[in-house]
Structures are given as C-alpha cells and as structure tokens.
Design a binder for this molecule. Structure first.
Ligand SMILES: *[C@@H]1O[C@H](CO)[C@@H](O)[C@H](O)[C@H]1NC(C)=O
Ligand SMILES: *[C@@H]1O[C@H](CO)[C@@H](O)[C@H](O)[C@H]1NC(C)=O
Ligand SMILES: *[C@@H]1O[C@H](CO)[C@@H](O)[C@H](O)[C@H]1NC(C)=O
Ligand SMILES: *[C@@H]1O[C@H](CO)[C@@H](O)[C@H](O)[C@H]1NC(C)=O
Ligand SMILES: *[C@@H]1O[C@H](CO)[C@@H](O)[C@H](O)[C@H]1NC(C)=O
Length: 945
C-alpha cells in the first residue's frame, strides 16, 4: 500500500517508524530526577574507600574462557563433510538425471590461473546427473550408474533442462518487512546507532513472501536490518525452507539458518541520505543532520567498541600472564558494544549500504581508522567510478558491490549510476553482485537483475555468479552454497529455460536435498539450450548520432502485425530510412543505390530486428524526475486540486533520456494524487523532446481522466471514494459544459459520460474492480435514462494497476472494461494485490494470461520509472511465459498499439511502425537484444555507433 503513496520509491529502502516525539516536560523532570539519584548513589559509593572485593573464581575462569572466544578468528567454513548440519534424517537421496548443469566453476581446473580465468574462463554448461544425499551434493557426473547409488533413491528426470545452484540474494528484508505495519520489523529506528539489534528477532518464518521469493529459485537470503539508521544491527543468512511442508521439522527462524553452527556473523550499516532524512531536523539535539554528523556518529560508535576491545584485550593478556584467578576484576563486557567489538575483531562480515563517493570515501576511511573490513557495499551505484577508493579499504579483499541492474535515479544518491556499473567494476578487478533489497524489488525475480547485467555487457559467468557463487563467497559461504559441486549444500534449481533468459522460472527446487514442490506448475517451453554468446554484447555502442537517412542491413525480422514482412529469406534484409521514416523494407535495390549515392550512413547488423517503439503508461515520466527530490517534481494534487499533466510537463532530464534510449519514445502521464495514484488529466508526449514547444513534443494535450481509489481527506473511506466518483459522473450527465461556472473537472467528466474521453481508475484490488463494474453499469443506466436518443451508453472505463483483475476476467470482458496491468507482474506486496498471480511454479500463468484468454483488452503499463527501461523485456516475459498463447507481435502491442486502442486514440497510432520504430541487434524480446536505432516519428533517427 505504501507503494501507492508517492514518491513510490521510499526514501530509504525501509519504512520509517514514527519519529520520536520531543520529550515532554514531565519526562524531562522525571529523567533529571533519576539522573540525580544515580549521581547521588554513585558519589556516596565512590567516596568511601572501596574494600577489595571478593571475586568468584568460577566467574574468572568463565571470563578467561571467553578470552579464547574473543580471540577466535572465524574462517569461511570449508572442508569435506559427511552430511549437511541442516540435514534431517529420513529424507531420501535424489538422483537428478539428464540435466544441463552450470557448476559455477570453470570446466578445466588444471593449469588455469585465476587471472586467466577472469580473462578467458572455460565456463560452460555440462551434461550431467546430480546425486543429492544427506543434504549435500554427492556427485555431479554424466550417466551415474545405478549400481553405485544408495538404496531408496528417487529419480527426477530433468529432460536436459538447465540446472544451477539455488540463487543467493545477499540483500533482502523478506520475513522482517511486511504489508502490515504491525509486523514490519525491519529497522530499529529508536537510535541512529543500533549495532546491538538483530534482524532475526523480527523474522517471521510464516511471512508469505518467503515462499514467493523461493519460487524464483532463491534458496538463500541475507536478511538485513533496514538502512534508516547508520548502524542497523546484525543480519542472518536463511534458507527458504519453512516447516513440514518444505521438509523441515519445525517452523522457526532458528531452523532456517543457513549456517546452523553459527560460525559466521553479519552486520548491516548504512551511509548517506537515509539516516539524515530520518533523524536530522533543525532544533533537535540529536542527529545526524548531515553527512558530517553521520561520520561523527559512526566514528564515535567505533571508538566505544574499540575501547571495549582494548580493555578486554588488556584483561585477557594480563590473565595470560598472571592467571585468571589473580585478576582484580572481571573481564569488561558490554552487550551494547559486543557486536561492534566483534566486528573490530574480524568476527563479523559487514555489509554497508553506501551509494556516493563522499559516503564511500568516508566509510573506507573508518575501515582504516578502526581496522575492520567491509564485505560489500550495497546500493553501490557510484563504486564503478571509484575503484581506487574501494581498493584502499582495510582488509585483504576490496569490498564487493551489491547492485541493482537498472533501478536507479530514484533519489539524489542514485542519480549518478550506470547500467554498465557491473561490467566496469569487473573490468577493474572488483566483484559485482546483484540483489533485490526485497521488497524494493521482488526478490522472486532477482535472477532477472543478473540477466539484465548480462544484457549490459557483463560476461555470462560473472552475471550468473553475481546471484550464486560470488554472493555465496561474500557471505563467507563460498565453500557451501552457490555452486553445483560435490560436498556443497544440495540447494538446486532446475529451470524451464536458461536462467538468464527472459521469463526463466524454476520447475523444481531442492533445499538441502529436499524438493520444495509436490505439484509445481511448469510452463511449456521448447528446450532451446543455453543462451549463445553474442559478440556485440561485449562492446555496447554508446555514442549516439542523429540522422535522417540511414541504411540498416542484416535485418531478419520485422516485429509488426501491420507489416508482417519476414525478411529472413533475405539474408541481407535491408531497411532504408529517409526523412526519419522507413521508406523501404526488403531488398530495396533502387532505394539502396539512391541512398548510398547520397552518402547515407550504413549500419550492418547481426540478426537485426525492427520493432515498434514503445509507449509507457502509468509512470510519472515528465512530472517526476527524482522520486526523492520534490524540486524535480510537478507535485501532487489534493482533493481540491484538479490539474492537467500537460501544464506541468518537464523535459530533457535523465529519466526521460533513459526511457528514450530504451526505445520508449512516448509517454502518457497523469498528475499525481497526494493520497496515492493519480488525479487529473493525462498528457501524451515524446520522451525525446527538448521542450514542450518542439514539433510533436506534446502529441495529445488531454488523453484521459484519471482517478485513484484512495482514502483521502475528502473521501476518508474507499466506499465514499467510489460514491463520490459515481455522484460526479451522474452530475456530469446534466452538466452544461459551455457554462462558465462549470468547473474544469466537470467538463472532463462530461466528456467521459459522452464517451469522448476515457476514465482511468487506478486500483489493484478485485473488490474495488467489482465495485467499479457496478458503478459503470449504474452510470450507464443513468445516461440511458437521461436521453431520448437511442444510443447505447458507454463509459470507456480502464483499470490501471489490476494486480487482482484476473479474478474478474470474464466480468471485465463482458463489461468491455480494459486493463492496463501496471506493472506486468505483481508481487503480492500489498493488501490490495494479495491475490495476484505470481507465476510458475506457484501459479498457472499471471494476470495477463488470464485476461488475454478471457478476451479482455489488455496492455502493460508501469507503476514507477524503472520498468520504463525494461518494457521490451516485459513484453518478452508476456510472450515467453504464455505457453505459446501470446505471439511476439501481440506482446509488443501490449506496450504500444493496445494502449492507444484502449484509450480510444487509435487514429494517432495507425501505421506507426514506419515512423516510430526501433532497430535491434538480436531480438528485442530476448535478453541479448541490443538497441541500435530509435525513431520517434519526429523526423530523425538516433543511431548508436
Ligand atoms: C536428455 O533429455 C533430452 C530432452 O528430453 C533428450 O533429448 C535426451 O535424449 C536425454 N538424454 C539422455 C541421456 O537421457
Ligand atoms: C590499526 O592497525 C594499525 C596497524 O596494525 C595500528 O597501528 C593501529 O593502532 C590500529 N588501530 C586501531 C584503532 O586499533
Ligand atoms: C488545493 O487543495 C487545497 C486542499 O486540498 C486547497 O486548500 C487549495 O485551495 C487548493 N488550491 C488550489 C489552487 O486549488
Ligand atoms: C448552457 O450554458 C450556456 C451558457 O451559460 C447557455 O447559453 C445554455 O443555454 C445552457 N444550456 C443548457 C442546456 O442549459
Ligand atoms: C493452465 O491454464 C491453462 C489455460 O490457461 C490450461 O490449459 C492448463 O491446463 C493449465 N495448467 C495447469 C498445470 O493447471
């Protein structure tokens, strides 16, 4: 639900608890009274000469034993094991036959140095059987003979499908965050410095999202406290097997620990914007208010822990010399600084949320001032710019960077970012890994982050390692999880397609050797084999040149339902662009000669594709640039502030450039509503324009009338919001639009009841959709009753959001109400989408499959800016996961022409492919499609050279 209240990206990746109130006078009095009392007691005590206390020799001995623990340096657990400590007796051995296995290691071990491996690693899929027993992977070999197998084993036929280790997500809040306030326990914000709290104390094994996350192949997650304060607390690595249904003996967080022997500890810290936003307010006597304050809070805390460590070391060293029984006091201990002390002792693996250069530089400074190491910087958007700073960090390995593939720009500290960050880090000898920060991204799809990193030029094996072996290694569990190798934990995923392909979903998952699904839904997908290496991914073209005339050769496919010319017969399919529009498709001998004579640019492609350029519906592009910075935004309307988006559009900024460069040339954006969703009239504009007065910049001033069903000041209940909308529509039937006293909103409502404008209502909830269908019927009946003309009244109602719309697919089709799914895949992260379909292996298809099958008019929109960069891939998922029911061109129509049909803007878009198109190397719906040219119908083609 929070997602609906803008800015949609929460300013810090966790919920803010209520700010502490200023202390009341009574409380201050009470506190000072207490302090006085303590002071009086202490002075009376210390003024007397203290007699030599008698110390307990048992306790001194115990303290001395503690010294050994304090001095213990944990090693990443390794070495052969007979059984996994998590193994429960009675579980049968599994033999997975005939899999295509990604072991996570180069195939040829001998004679290959690490350096060479980075350059030219011999990673590939191998054909093998995998034997799981006692919670471990026992053997990974081709055609394991039945004679060598343990009794009682179960065979699973993989039928040649890809098999990898379970996905490891090293930044998740699943189990501690929740759609309910009452069970959101991700961040102890009572103080900026809380290294002493533990995420496991809020971890709810029955949180439903744990199962959804697992359904994406995620078997292991690091559960971090939030990043609202500078030191968030201790973190835990859990496996996603819960209770008897998942093969465990009990429902408990303890039972889910990936490292049940507790050899390793983890901690979370966070620099940058969040803490200063949560705490700092002028006039408060506590901060941090700025990064300056944050640095002080950090250093002060490290100093406390460092002093404790020194006092303990002094005690232990003296006890070594004198014998513990001779000590004149006990070992100094302080629970408050125990965990931070353990960090300084090298016993805790630290993960720090840190985006910007000043933050990274300061934090690396603390590591060298207090001698501790950082395992990874998270949200490390700017690390790609400063590899040297990372390499200066204390410790024997530079911190890794835990990244999103393309979620960026949402706050000031993510406004400098690159989709090629992972590639650049890798080239600098640093390690990129990919994480979800669930619920910020739905961790079910964290493997898709790695896929997009691959799309952006990271080598395949590095991208996949970024959610498996590299993450495991950073967690200190690199000898236990993240690879398919004898001796490793038996966490295995068999996929329906290459895990880095678009729409990849598990068909079965094992955790510690136990299969997690009795009846998994398996999508019908042809066995394509692994993704083939595309040489063009290694050198992604960045330089952009604006041309009006271009020759593209090597086009094999036109993905358009109106120009279904498959050029695959022509091995050198040509596309001639003149005046920014396609003038010829095919061999085009004459046109080609003429263009060449005029000196047109020639772009030769491998497996070139032409696709329609896309339109984003439902983002705030043009009205919101940085979600966390109100100066970059139009603002949001209250109940009495009706407006038109066209009056607030702002052009030429990063989000718009990014949308354009991903082939999204048009946007339809509505004004925001303060209480969530939209309120006002949307505008249609070109994302590539410099300003609104440019030709074609605003191609439709007024697209549709938008409302959200939200609890607001004027409508404090959802029922009153629906009632108010209905009353407005009925009033509009008789409104006089030429009368100057008619308010603007009523004029647009009048257009709606006259079927001259679409009415878009944002909701995910099936119950609200049902109410809206009733509202539609009632308003249409009123229209019919109010007129003597024999027309069929029609309200062009569109549901935006629609996470639960599949529950009413038949009713929506019957009522001719269209749905713009925003976004394509819902996570069930809020109450209103708790019945969303999350897809295979849990559900048979997602909303789009059900709506499409029922004949509902459907399109794919977005709910934030990020998905605008992935719209071709969204279409790709809809196609790949449709069991063959949604064709490529139909899927592309979901993000282009269908939007216009649904809104009643058909004429604007007819035959657009000739003017508005993109040129791809590879298929735009597949992970390795690379955009090479974009035409937005305004006379120019922007070509990447
Ligand atoms: C493995 O599965 C594939 C696909 O079903 C099949 O073509 C192949 O013959 C199988 N190989 C073996 C050794 O069973
Ligand atoms: C950090 O290590 C250096 C070198 O070993 C040492 O000189 C310094 O005192 C240490 N600092 C702290 C705070 O322990
Ligand atoms: C905006 O709405 C608020 C209350 O929601 C109202 O007080 C204010 O006058 C409105 N402003 C305009 C310009 O309509
Ligand atoms: C609508 O308002 C205009 C301007 O006030 C007036 O001339 C016209 O008669 C009105 N029409 C109706 C049907 O009331
Ligand atoms: C999934 O739904 C489709 C229809 O949309 C149906 O044909 C198919 O049998 C279903 N599969 C399962 C496993 O229920």
């Amino acid at each position: 639900m929070d997602k609906d209240i803008l800015p949609k990206y929460t300013l810090f990746d966790e919920r803010v608890a209520r700010r502490p109130k200023a202390p009341s006078l009574r409380r201050i009095l009470k506190l000072s009274l207490l302090a006085g009392l303590v002071w009086a007691l202490w002075t009376s005590h210390s003024s007397k000469s203290t007699p030599r206390t008698i110390l307990s020799s048992d306790r001194l001995r115990a303290d001395y034993a503690t010294c050994a623990k304090l001095r213990h340096k944990p090693q990443d657990p390794s070495g052969p094991r007979e059984r996994n400590a998590r193994y429960l007796d009675g579980h049968k051995p599994y033999l997975i036959r005939n899999a295509s296995v990604w072991t996570g290691e180069p195939n040829a071990h001998h004679g290959v140095s690490d350096g060479e491996r980075r350059e030219q690693p011999a990673y590939s899929w191998i054909h093998a059987d995998v034997l799981l027993h006692h919670g471990l992977i026992k053997r990974v070999e081709a055609d394991i003979a039945a004679a060598d197998l343990p009794d009682d084993y179960v065979v699973y036929q993989a039928h040649g499908r890809p098999l990898t280790s379970g996905i490891v997500d090293m930044h998740s809040h699943v189990g501690v965050s929740s759609m309910f306030e009452g069970s959101s326990d991700d961040n102890e914000l009572s103080n900026d410095i809380t290294p002493f709290v533990r995420s496991i104390d809020g971890f709810n094994p029955l949180e439903e999202h744990i199962q959804i996350v697992k359904s994406g192949g995620v078997t292991t997650s690091l559960i971090l406290p939030g990043s609202g304060n500078n030191m968030g607390g201790e973190a835990y690595v859990v496996k996603h097997a819960v209770g008897k249904a998942d093969g465990r003996s009990e429902i408990s967080a303890e039972d889910m620990l990936a490292d049940p022997e507790k050899l390793l500890r983890y901690m979370k810290m966070a620099c940058g914007e969040n803490a200063k936003r949560v705490y700092g307010k002028v006039g408060r006597d506590f901060g941090p208010f700025s990064r300056l304050g944050e640095a002080w809070y950090f250093r002060h805390a490290f100093e406390q822990a460092s002093a404790l460590v020194a006092a303990q070391d002094d005690w232990c060293n003296a006890a070594d010399r004198l014998g513990a029984h001779k000590m004149s006091g006990y070992l100094p201990q302080d629970l408050k600084w125990e965990s931070l002390g353990a960090l300084l002792r090298g016993q805790v693996l630290l993960n720090t949320h840190c985006y910007t250069i000043p933050d990274l530089e300061s934090f690396v400074g603390y590591t060298n001032e207090f001698n501790f190491s950082v395992r990874a910087f998270h949200h490390a958007h700017m690390t790609y710019l400063v590899p040297e700073i990372l390499k200066r960090a204390y410790g024997d390995r530079p911190p890794a960077s835990a990244l999103f593939a393309d979620q960026m720009y949402y706050k000031a500290e993510s406004y400098v970012a690159s989709e090629q960050a992972g590639k650049i880090l890798w080239e600098n000898g640093l390690t990129p890994v990919y994480v979800s920060d669930n619920p910020v991204l739905n961790a079910q799809h964290v493997v898709f982050e790695a896929a997009k990193a691959y799309k952006n030029g990271l080598p395949y094996h590095v991208a996949l390692a970024g959610v498996t072996s590299a993450s495991a290694d950073i967690l200190g569990l690199g000898e236990r999880i993240g690879k398919v190798k004898a001796g490793f934990d038996a966490d295995i995923v068999v996929w329906d397609s290459d895990p880095l392909s678009v729409g990849a979903a598990p068909v079965q998952i094992w955790i510690d050797g136990t299969p997690q699904y009795e009846h998994p839904v398996e999508l019908k997908k042809a066995l394509h084999g692994p993704i083939e290496h595309q040489s063009y991914l290694a050198s992604i073209k960045e330089e952009v040149s604006e041309r009006s005339e271009v020759i593209f050769s090597g086009i094999t496919k036109i993905l358009s339902s109106t120009h279904d010319a498959t050029l695959s017969e022509h091995t050198h399919g040509n596309v001639i662009v003149k005046d920014g529009a396609i003038s010829c498709l095919g061999e085009c001998e004459n046109e080609l000669a003429a263009a060449q004579e005029r000196g047109a640019l020639v772009v030769t492609l491998e497996n070139g594709h032409i696709a329609p350029s896309l339109t984003t519906f439902g983002s705030s592009l043009g009205l919101v640039e940085i979600a966390g910075e109100s100066v970059t935004q139009d603002g949001s309307n209250g109940d009495e502030n009706f407006s038109r988006a066209v009056d607030g559009l702002a052009f030429d900024a990063k989000e718009l450039h990014a949308a354009f460069s991903h082939g999204v040339t048009k946007a339809i954006t509505a004004p925001l509503y303060k209480f969530g969703g939209f309120y006002g009239v949307s505008a249609g504009f070109a994302t590539g324009a410099l300003h609104a007065q440019e030709k074609g910049a605003v191609w439709k001033d007024e697209v549709a009338l938008h409302y959200a069903l939200a609890k607001s000041t004027a409508s404090p209940s959802l029922s009153s919001a629906i009632g108010a909308l209905k009353a407005k529509l009925i009033q509009a039937i008789n409104a006089n639009e030429t009368d100057s006293s008619t308010r603007p909103e009523q004029r647009y409502l009048k257009k709606v009841v006259q079927d001259k404008m679409a009415l878009v209502i944002q909701t995910d909830s099936a119950d609200q959709i049902a109410s809206l269908l009733r509202l539609k019927a009632e308003v249409e009946a009123e229209i019919a009753a109010s007129t003597t003309v024999d027309i069929v009244p029609h309200l062009r109602m569109i549901i935006q959001g629609g996470a639960e719309s599949h529950l009413l697919a038949a009713e929506l089709a019957k009522a001719n109400v269209a749905v713009i799914l925003s976004p394509l895949l819902a996570s069930r992260g809020s109450w209103d989408q708790r019945r969303a379909l999350t897809g295979a292996p849990l559900t048979n298809g997602t909303a789009i499959d059900v709506l499409h099958a029922a004949g509902v008019k459907v399109a794919i929109g977005t709910d934030e800016q990020l998905p605008t960069r992935d719209l071709y891939l969204s279409a790709g998922i809809a196609h790949a996961n449709s069991n063959g029911k949604i064709s490529e061109t139909e899927a592309l129509a979901f993000v282009s022409s269908n939007i216009y049909d649904i809104l009643g803007l058909k004429k604007i878009h007819s035959d657009a492919i000739l003017q508005e198109f993109t040129v791809f190397e590879g298929n735009p719906l597949e992970i390795d499609g690379q955009i090479r040219a974009i035409a937005d119908g305004r006379g120019k083609v922007s070509v990447r050279l």
